[in-house]
Design a protein around this ligand. Structure first.
Ligand SMILES: Cc1ncc(COP(=O)(O)O)c(C=O)c1O
Length: 377
């Protein structure tokens, strides 16, 4: 019963199976870092001192960039200088980076963006905003393959002389489907060099496929590839808003040109601590994998079609009006998010929770579904 649920970061009696958050809560190390460094919020420059009184001038952006470089096997120029060329761009979240990319590459006008038909869509939303504001911009959404993946061949065929940006979300949201490194690499090889390929890896930590390989090496070796990653998912620190991009200097300079804000030092210190919190990452990943497998199992038992997900959510075909399902679940204080659009009518996306949350969701879900008629009945 939802009344007995007290989820991390929520008041009691509310179950959020939407927005693909971390059900375990924020990284405890990130919370410690926030506690420590919030004492310095009045200062423009932050310092630390050891027991011998030796002072260190803290440089949160540099510290996080160095840690991200370490984590991703990126070699930084030494001696390192934040202002000199290096491939990492920090921002207040990935949405911010996606919007910057749209503005940077599409605001000259007559540009075009190509993405999958069922995908995250934040970047195309910005592209449409530009178009509505009178900056001629075309958005092309390419239908998915039969197994709900990006149709990379069809995306290549959709390229026109206007194309400036192509977006691949991998694993994808809301389908949870994964493309192989080989497929992405072949795709990137076929995209003309003047088109920027954006690869959004918001959910890569949750991939279970043993031979999975990130596209990071492509971002480091090609001038026209950018990989974006967020701290909002596995690290559980959405509220501090940190994301990063890895790209060539050409793309990074565009991002910097259009960027007008900076990420708060408190957020950077939280991200730095979360990045090093391997225990929290492992526990979050294990929770997500076992919870999503529980959902797969139950959906199979209920004879509902679902997409085997490599993320912290599962897209399932409830074959019913999804708004009705959403409202019936919300009556029980369970929030879910219909993300099928017109193309995947009848599908809803369920973000995973802890096993206790999953069991509570499943019992409410099994109660609610039979009360709603199937589409077309
Ligand atoms: C694919 C994808 N990219 C980016 C984001 C947002 O990232 P951030 O919270 O860092 O803006 C989300 C959030 O759900 C997402 O699903």
């Amino acid at each position: 019963m939802v009344e007995h649920i007290h989820s991390a970061g929520l008041p009691p009696g509310l179950l959020r199976m939407m927005d693909n958050e971390n059900p375990l809560g924020p990284s405890p190390k990130a919370l410690d870092a926030i506690q420590t460094h919030m004492q310095s919020l009045n200062r423009y420059e932050w310092f630390d001192s050891d027991s011998d009184g030796n002072l260190t001038h803290l440089q949160p952006a540099e510290m996080l960039i160095r840690a991200l470089a370490d984590e991703n096997g990126i070699s930084l120029p030494e001696p390192f200088d934040l202002e000199k060329p290096h491939p990492i761009f920090l921002a207040p979240g990935v949405d911010q980076i996606l919007k910057l990319l749209a503005v940077a590459y599409l605001s000259p006008g007559h540009g075009e963006l190509i993405e999958a038909e069922v995908t995250y869509g934040e970047i195309s939303e910005k592209a449409r905003e530009l178009d509505s504001a009178g900056i001629d911009t075309n958005v092309v959404q390419v239908p998915m393959t039969a197994d709900h993946k990006h149709d990379l061949d069809a995306m290549l065929e959709a390229i026109t002389p206007r194309t400036r940006l192509m977006v691949v979300t991998n694993p994808n949201n809301p389908t949870g489907s994964l493309l192989t490194y080989e497929a992405i690499s072949a795709f990137v090889n076929s995209v003309p060099g003047e088109i920027v390929v954006v690869i959004d890896e918001a959910y890569f930590h949750f991939v279970k496929q043993p031979n999975y390989q990130s596209a990071m090496s492509l971002a480091l070796s090609r001038d026209n590839v950018v990989v974006v990653r967020t701290f909002a998912k596995v690290y559980g620190i959405r509220g501090v808003m940190v994301g990063y991009a890895v790209s060539s200097q050409a793309i990074k300079e565009k991002l910097m040109l259009y960027n007008s804000g900076r990420t708060s030092p408190l957020s950077l210190m939280a991200a730095l601590a979360a990045l090093g919190d391997h225990d929290h990452v492992q526990r979050s990943r294990d929770t997500v994998i076992s919870s999503r497998e529980r959902l797969f199992h139950e959906f199979e038992a209920m004879n509902l079609e679902y997409i085997p997900s490599e993320t912290n959510f599962v897209q399932v075909n409830v074959e019913r009006d999804t708004e009705e399902v959403r409202l019936a679940l919300w009556d029980k204080r369970i929030a879910v998010s219909p993300r099928g659009s017109q193309v995947m009518k009848g599908w809803i996306r369920i973000s995973v929770g802890t096993m206790n949350e999953i069991e509570t969701f499943l019992s409410a879900f099994k109660e609610v579904l039979p009360t709603i008629s199937r589409l077309g009945e």
